[in-house]
Design a protein around this ligand. Structure first.
Ligand code: PLP
Length: 364
C-alpha cells in the first residue's frame, strides 16, 4: 500500500464538498504550473551547472525563466536570485546585509512575518516602528500583512537600505519596487509551487553571499530546482489575470464583513478603514476563540485560518494583531478568511451561513 492510499481527496467519493478560504497560507498550483513542472521533471532534469548538452538545455530554460520573472517585476534578470522559499530569501538577505548593517540602527515594522523577524534577532540596532526614522541605515516594511491584509507604504528614510517583503502582496495587488532596494516573493502564494521564490537585490547593496556555491552567480549555492522555477515562471505569466481576479473579490469580502458585523456589536473587522488586500478579512469575534470557530468551520467544509498558518499549533496570540494595539484575548478571537481568485458569491454566502450557525446556533 503506497502513501497515496490514505483515502479520497477532499470533495471526492461522496466526501463533503470543501471550500478553501485560506489563500494567504498557500494557493493551489495552477493546472498549467503542474503540467510544466511534470514535463520539466521528465524531460529537463539536467543540472544547469553542467557543461554538456543536458546541462545547457536546463541552463537555457533557467535563464529564460529568470528573464520572464524579471520582466514581470521590471528589473534586470541578473538582479533575480532564485531561492526555495521567501523564508530562505529573507534569511539570505538579512544574514548577507548583517556584516555591513547589523550593528547600525534598523527601523522595523513590528507586524512583519516571523520569517523576517527571525534573522533580525541577530541585529543589534533594531528599533520598532513608529520609532523615529532619523539615522536608520535599514528600513524593513512588508507590502501587505499576511494576517490582516493591511497594505503598507515604504517609509521615506533618505540613505537607508529599504527592504520589502512582498510575499503576500504579490499577485493580489500591484507591487512597486521603485521605493525599495531589496524584496522577496514566494511562488506558492501566486498559484506557483512550493520550492521556488525570489530574492531581488539592487546590485549596489552592501550584501555578501551566505550560502556559498557557484549557482545564481555565486549568490545562492545549491543546484537549482529547475522544475519549481519553471513552475514559478508559469505562475508569473498568469499574474495579470490573477490580479484582475483578486480585484473582483473586494465586493465579496465587503459583503461578508457587513454580514458578520450585523450579528453583534462586539464583532469588528481589523483594518476595515485602511487600504487592504481585496481577498482578506481579519474578523475579530470578541467572546469566541478563533481556534474553536476555525475547527467548527473545518468540520462544516470550510478551510479558514486563525492567523498566520506558520503559527498554527502555537497557543501564543498573533504578534501581528497585538502589534496593532489589540489585547491578547482579542488577538485569540481573530478568524482570518482569505479568498482565492475565482471564489463565487454563492460560496461566500455559504461560508457566511455556516459561520452564522456556529456563532449563533439556533435555539432548540
Ligand atoms: N512573508 C510573508 C508576509 C508571508 O505571509 C510568508 C508566508 O506566509 C512568508 C514571508 C514566508 O513565505 P514562504 O512560505 O515562501 O517561506
Amino acid at each position: 500500500m503506497g502513501i497515496f492510499c490514505a483515502g479520497p481527496a477532499p470533495g471526492q467519493n461522496g466526501e463533503m464538498e470543501r471550500h478553501y478560504f485560506d489563500a494567504n497560507a498557500t494557493t493551489p498550483p495552477l493546472p498549467r504550473v503542474v503540467e510544466v513542472m511534470a514535463r520539466a521533471m521528465a524531460e529537463s532534469w539536467g543540472n544547469p551547472t553542467s557543461t554538456h548538452r543536458e546541462g545547457q538545455r536546463a541552463r537555457h530554460l533557467l535563464e529564460e525563466a529568470r528573464r520572464e520573472v524579471a520582466a514581470s517585476l521590471s528589473v534586470a534578470p541578473a538582479q533575480i536570485i532564485f531561492c526555495a522559499s521567501a523564508t530562505e530569501a529573507l534569511y539570505l538577505l538579512f544574514r548577507g546585509l548583517q556584516p555591513a548593517l547589523g550593528d547600525k540602527p534598523a527601523l522595523v515594522f513590528p507586524g512583519e512575518h516571523s520569517a523576517c523577524l527571525n534573522p533580525l534577532r541577530e541585529w543589534s540596532g533594531v528599533r520598532w516602528m513608529p520609532a523615529a526614522a532619523e539615522g536608520a541605515a535599514t528600513v524593513v516594511q512588508m507590502a501587505a500583512n499576511n494576517e490582516t491584509g493591511i497594505l503598507y507604504a515604504m517609509p521615506a528614510v533618505p540613505g537607508a537600505v529599504r527592504v520589502k517583503d512582498a510575499a503576500q502582496a504579490w499577485g493580489k495587488v500591484p507591487v512597486d519596487l521603485a521605493d525599495c532596494d531589496a524584496a522577496v516573493f514566494s511562488g506558492h502564494k501566486i498559484g506557483g509551487p512550493r520550492g521556488a521564490a525570489v530574492l531581488w537585490l539592487r546590485p549596489e547593496l552592501p550584501w555578501k553571499a551566505v550560502l556559498e556555491g557557484p549557482q545564481e552567480r555565486r549568490r545562492r549555492g545549491g543546484t537549482e530546482d529547475l522544475a519549481a522555477i519553471l513552475g514559478l515562471a508559469e505562475a508569473v505569466a498568469a499574474l495579470p489575470g490573477r490580479l484582475a481576479g483578486h480585484a473582483q473579490l473586494a465586493p465579496l469580502r465587503d459583503a461578508l464583513e457587513a454580514e458578520v458585523l450585523s450579528w453583534s456589536p462586539a464583532y469588528a473587522v481589523i483594518g476595515r478603514d485602511q487600504p487592504r488586500l481585496p481577498n482578506t478579512s481579519s474578523l475579530l469575534l470578541r467572546g469566541k476563540t478563533g481556534e474553536s470557530v476555525q475547527i467548527a468551520l473545518d468540520l462544516a467544509g470550510f478551510a479558514v485560518s486563525t492567523g498566520s498558518a506558520c503559527h498554527s499549533g502555537a497557543t501564543k496570540p498573533s504578534h501581528a494583531i497585538t502589534a496593532l494595539g489589540f489585547a491578547e484575548e482579542e488577538a485569540r478571537s481573530v478568524l482570518r478568511v482569505s479568498m482565492l481568485p475565482g471564489t463565487s458569491a454563492a460560496t461566500v454566502s455559504a461560508l457566511a451561513a455556516a459561520l452564522k450557525r456556529i456563532l449563533q446556533p439556533p435555539l432548540r
